[in-house]
Design a protein around this ligand. Structure first.
Ligand code: PLP
Length: 440
């Protein structure tokens, strides 16, 4: 259980309250938070997010001799509080489509810090990008032609058309679940190298400001080595483009995707520093080998910034024994965290009160929804837990709330931001009224 505790934010402690050991995060008692805001509840410890950014910054400074920056992948967690926090830390924010762009703009994120992604951007997405973003990462030639036409229309009125980056598909897979691979040959994301050559020419003939090259290999990988061959292929293409047209990118982004430990069996996990060191060394060597100038390196992490800072809290209801299983049935599940059902993501958990009490036997932590696949955690050694107790699931900060749903009329949970010993509600829990708000 001590090892399991390491999955929680560094600010986590066990405090003695009324003769009971209680989990507290960032100086806030989790039992009190659950009582005040209800469950399921998502809490975010800002100091954990800050520490991840600091680690990226210091690693980039230590390992990369050129200029470097960080784009926060907003798809991992996007709301006004997260966008304001990221922009305040000087990060760029990657938005996918008009919806996330709207949130970033409403949060007051400066245009030059907003970058737009999307594999099939709609006309609405592109219009929103033109008015709110500083950088558009173009996925394919069809999108680029659309943009070139728009540039022709708006060029008379504005000089601040966003800069363009091209998203490449390097044809190398990283080791992660197939649903999270994006850089392999048959991926739906990005353009192949022949299309990229055409795209560079299209940008130049249409006067678009082409400043960057992007590729993203996939999400939640733990071994950076497949980035090596992907980078080599990209740099080889860049040296050919330089020879043909004289163009070299000011920016290069190898995307995000660095993984985090979700379960005690994933510990110890290689650090952000190991990932950045590998990346930087490969880029420096590759640029030297191809006689290319060092680009501004923009990493694009999401999960490795926000996952560990998030903790989800659930209340146990029914406790059942079936033939081979002990079931702890929670008041949340696949509607607020689809990852276990979607691709078998493996989590861990601790009771909030007396968290280090020894395991009784294995437990299955199921949700309340009408799907047999609604099981948050399978086969986890767990203490004896009574109905009414709280359990805390660590590493809940990335891709839970953003993929949440109203399945079975579920109400999306409240979100509380912890900073400086105080808790601030940043998203209220949905109400039943929200469920019919769009009905006409
Ligand atoms: C283009 C792009 N960049 C960055 C990310 C962030 O990945 P992660 O949250 O694993 O760092 C993703 C997620 O898949 C992505 O699609």
């Amino acid at each position: 259980m001590e090892k399991r505790l390491q999955l929680f934010p560094k600010s986590t402690e066990i405090r003695r309250v009324d003769e009971v050991d209680q989990l507290a995060v960032a100086g806030c008692d989790l039992t009190q938070l659950a009582e005040e805001y209800g469950t399921p509840l998502y809490v975010y410890d800002q100091s954990s997010l800050d520490a991840a950014v600091d680690e990226y910054r210091s690693s980039l400074a230590a390992h990369y001799p050129g200029i470097a920056g960080i784009t926060y992948a907003g798809k991992a967690l996007m709301n006004l509080a997260a966008a304001r926090w990221a922009a305040g830390r000087g990060l760029w924010i990657d938005c996918t489509g008009a919806g996330e762009l709207y949130i970033a703009a409403r949060a007051g994120v400066p245009r030059e810090q907003i970058l737009v992604h999307g594999v099939n951007k709609s006309a609405t997405d592109l219009q929103a990008a033109l008015t709110t973003a500083g950088t558009i990462v173009v996925d394919n030639l069809w999108e680029l032609e659309h943009l070139a036409a728009l540039a022709g229309e708006v060029a008379k009125d504005t000089n601040d058309f966003p800069q363009i980056w091209l998203r490449l598909r390097p044809g190398v897979a990283v080791d992660t679940h197939a649903f999270r691979q994006t850089g392999q040959d048959d991926s739906k994301f990005g353009m192949g190298f022949a299309d990229a050559v055409q795209a560079v020419a299209l940008c130049h003939t249409n006067g678009l400001s082409l400043t960057g090259i992007h590729f993203h290999q996939g999400s939640h990988f733990h071994d950076p080595r497949p980035i090596g061959p992907a980078l080599e292929r990209v740099l080889d293409l860049l040296s050919k483009l330089r020879d043909a047209s004289g163009w070299t990118p000011a920016y290069l982004s190898p995307g995000g995707g660095w993984g985090v430990p979700y379960h005690e069996d994933d510990l110890p996990h290689p650090s952000i520093d190991e990932y950045v060191a590998f990346l930087a060394a490969k880029l420096v060597a590759g640029c030297a080998a191809n006689n290319l100038p060092l680009p501004i390196l923009h990493v694009e992490p999401g999960r490795s910034i926000v996952a560990v800072g998030g903790v989800s809290l659930y209340r146990v209801g029914a406790v059942k024994r079936t033939v081979n299983r002990r079931w702890l049935l929670l008041d949340g599940g696949m509607a607020d965290n689809i990852r276990p059902s979607l691709y078998g993501a493996r989590y861990s958990a601790l009771p909030v009160a007396n968290p280090l009490r020894p395991a009784l036997d294995a437990a299955w932590l199921g949700g309340p929804y009408c799907e047999s696949g609604d099981v948050l955690i399978e086969d986890l050694p767990m203490a004896e837990v009574q109905p009414g107790e709280l359990v805390a699931v660590p590493v809940s900060g990335a891709y839970h709330l953003m993929m949440s749903s109203n399945y079975n009329g579920a109400l999306r949970p409240a979100v509380v931001w912890l900073h400086g010993g105080t808790a601030r509600l940043v998203q209220r829990r949905e109400t039943v009224e929200d469920l019919i708000d769009r009905d006409v």
